[in-house]
Design a protein around this ligand. Structure first.
Ligand code: HEC
Ligand code: HEC
Ligand code: HEC
Ligand code: HEC
Length: 444
């Protein structure tokens, strides 16, 4: 698999991004209700193209400016530092051409299944004169078609809500943002990196909103002015609310057409990649709290988007914890039975996730955040996150939680050591991860 190099780049650049972010004052803001805006790809507006945002007096300034509310160098950040600007060019590489060949496609850069995630792939009738598919994941792939707000959004007196009313996608709303990112980084029923695409050579996908926002990197500043206009959501709340959306989206996928397609098996990319892909000489199978009841040799579902809800529930909604654990186990066990059992178990899990919502939306004070971190570390140290995908999510959680209690600087080295153990999924050893987590736990 081709994921390990990217993993190491990700972890390296993450340290830089975090150092900058850590210095920003993060304030928990009032919560905004989730909105049901259409994702930009399916909105009703003409997409004008990156060129219409990129002028030097608009968002293409070489440096940050202070004359308006926003930085104005967004285009430069995006084009120089943000992988999304490169997403279309990726489809021209030898790696992509090989994937396309394996899938029987003439090429990757004209294939809808690739463009849906690697570009702003709106239908031709919604492409304005300056629109270029080669812009990749451009401004309007996230901010929505600018047809009705491009000229008005800079007019004096225009409020954020006015722009939203005219079709700006609500990226400022954490739930809507998470849903947007996950539409490509997890996939949906309409666009999904299936195991057929993975088998042809596509890298594995993983996502966590807070970490990936830092990695992007941000072309916005969470300052006082931003807070007044949109309300800053803390790193902690971004993490928890992103997790909730990821859990719901994953549950949705487990009940939809991907469960039923694909011959003998449900869509294989719904499973934990490493439950099939690992060297046979790794004789380290053992049950965990989460997979209790599963036999050796069982193919496991990917439960990475659920497991971090447990330490959250333990602190924020204690009565729900045991039921949540039971439902996650139930889901894991259902995969050994039948598709109907998976659908039923995921519905049962969904109802506990719904119950968790109000506790999550209340946020958590510092003491509670510290206890959640201790909960994650205790579970990591005792081996609950043996599966690579769970360990990866747990490592990102620890990082966010250290930031959320202002201790990131103090434990940076221990955190680096933990990230090092999950840097390469093929070299991952559960014991090494558990030991590194235990060292942070004891140091805290
Ligand atoms: C339209 C699909 C799409 C959307 C929406 C999207 N991404 Fe991406 N993202 C991609 C693709 C495709 C790549 C890979 C780009 C490449 O290297 O070719 C990527 C890459 C990234 C990377 C770099 C990953 C790495 O390993 O270096 C980060 C970080 C990221 N996205 C974060 C986000 C965040 C945060 C959001 C939501 C605000 C988001 N993305 C929304 C498609 C999308
Ligand atoms: C469901 C959305 C989705 C689909 C469909 C999809 N990709 Fe991707 N692709 C991504 C994301 C997201 C990433 C970045 C993953 C990361 O780094 O976390 C990515 C990464 C890649 C990479 C690695 C890029 C790098 O910088 O290393 C290649 C190559 C690639 N995709 C090619 C393709 C091709 C070819 C197709 C069509 C057959 C395709 N993708 C379909 C979402 C998708
Ligand atoms: C992968 C998704 C993504 C892409 C691509 C993207 N943005 Fe953003 N943008 C965001 C997110 C997330 C935020 C922060 C939340 C918010 O305020 O909406 C943001 C915020 C902004 C802001 C508001 C800052 C503030 O202080 O209110 C501007 C302006 C902006 N982006 C411009 C651009 C421009 C111009 C481009 C293209 C060159 C672009 N964005 C591309 C996701 C994206
Ligand atoms: C149910 C078991 C199973 C699961 C789960 C699984 N795979 Fe596979 N994978 C296979 C099999 C079988 C092959 C075909 C191997 C062959 O042809 O030699 C394969 C092939 C591949 C290949 C191509 C390797 C080659 O020889 O070129 C890649 C890459 C891959 N899988 C990635 C993934 C990713 C990423 C995931 C998780 C999203 C995943 N797999 C989940 C069983 C699985």
């Amino acid at each position: 698999m081709t994921t390990h190099n990217r993993g190491s780049t990700a972890v390296a650049s993450k340290r830089l991004a975090r150092a900058v972010l850590g210095a920003v004052c993060l304030i928990a803001a009032g919560l905004h209700g989730a909105t049901a805006a259409d994702l930009p790809q399916y909105d009703n507006y003409v997409h004008q193209g990156v060129a219409s945002c990129a002028s030097g007096v608009c968002h293409g300034s070489a440096t940050e400016r202070s004359s308006t509310n926003v930085l104005q160098n967004e285009y430069v950040t995006w084009t120089r530092l943000d992988g999304h600007a490169n997403a279309y060019r990726t489809l021209l590489t030898e790696e992509s051409q090989r994937i396309a060949r394996n899938l029987g496609l003439p090429n990757a850069h004209e294939a809808g299944i690739c463009l849906d995630c690697h570009a702003d792939n709106v239908p031709v009738e919604r492409r304005g004169p300056d629109f270029q598919i080669s812009d990749g994941v451009g401004c309007e792939a996230c901010h929505g078609g600018a047809e009705n707000w491009l000229s008005s959004h800079t007019a004096p007196g225009t409020r954020h809500q006015d722009n939203l009313d005219r079709g700006l996608y609500p990226t400022s709303n954490v739930e809507a943002r998470a849903q947007l990112c996950l539409s490509c980084h997890l996939g949906t029923e309409d666009k999904f990196a299936t195991h057929r695409i993975m088998g042809a050579g596509h890298p594995r996908l993983a996502f966590e909103l807070s970490t990936f926002s830092a990695l992007q990197p941000p072309h916005w500043a969470f300052d006082d002015d931003y807070d007044q206009r949109k309300g800053i959501v803390s790193e902690f709340d971004t993490w928890t609310r992103g997790l909730m959306v990821a859990a719901r989206e994953s549950i949705g996928l487990l009940q939809g057409p991907l469960l039923h397609g694909n011959g003998m098996f449900p869509e294989i990319a719904l499973f934990d990649c490493h439950s099939c892909h690992q060297p046979m000489s790794n004789l380290d199978w053992q049950p965990t709290v989460l997979t209790e009841g599963l036999e050796p040799g069982a193919i496991r579902l990917n439960d990475a988007n659920f497991v971090l809800l447990l330490p959250l529930a333990e602190v924020l909604a204690r009565p729900l914890h045991d039921r949540l654990l039971e439902r996650i186990r139930g889901l894991n066990q259902s995969a050994a039975r039948s598709r109907d059992a998976v659908a039923a178990a995921s519905r049962q899990l969904a109802s506990v996730v719904d119950e968790l919502e109000s506790a999550i939306s209340r946020g958590a004070d510092r003491e509670a955040r510290q206890r959640i971190l201790e909960g994650v570390l205790t579970r990591a140290a005792r081996g609950d996150y043996r599966d690579y995908v769970a360990a990866e999510q747990a490592a990102m959680a620890m990082d966010v939680l250290l930031i959320s209690i202002d201790r990131w600087e103090d434990y940076k080295d221990r955190m680096d050591a933990i990230f090092a153990t999950v840097e390469d999924d093929e070299a991952y050893r559960p014991q090494t991860f558990a030991a590194a987590a235990d060292r942070l736990r004891r140091a805290l």
